[in-house]
Design a protein around this ligand. Structure first.
Ligand code: AMP
Length: 103
């Protein structure tokens, strides 16, 4: 069970900045920028490589959510990234979109 699954099931308490039926948004516990949010789908998919075609709308939904939040927070620019496998720093095998912003 991953840490994100524990957060989703409230086993680990966490402040949800946003939630809908498909995902939650939380602050990264170890931020790499002034704002560092994680968009986490409620469906557990270990890596992007484990996606099926049925998951494509879910992935676009994650993008919709970060853009909606960025607009609401007046972030004119930001970086978003998926890490894929350890070589590219993926630590938690439950896909999540990093959204980073610096002034
Ligand atoms: P990744 O390297 O893409 O797997 O990123 C996992 C991210 O999850 C890292 O940036 C961690 O700092 C973050 N993280 C791990 N545990 C927690 C937690 N309990 N709450 C918030 N963020 C977390």
């Amino acid at each position: 069970m991953t840490v994100f699954w524990k957060i989703l099931s409230w086993e680990i308490p966490s402040k949800r900045l946003y939630e809908d039926d498909k995902c939650i948004v939380i602050n990264d516990i170890n931020p790499k920028a002034q704002i560092h949010m994680l968009i986490i789908p409620k469906k557990e998919i270990p890596t992007i490589f484990d996606m099926t075609e049925d998951d494509t709308s879910l992935i676009w939904h994650l993008h919709f959510v970060w853009a909606k939040m960025a607009k609401e927070m007046w972030l004119e620019w930001c970086k978003m990234t998926f890490h894929v496998w350890e070589k590219w720093w993926q630590e938690v095998f439950h896909i999540h979109l990093h959204v980073l912003w610096n002034k």
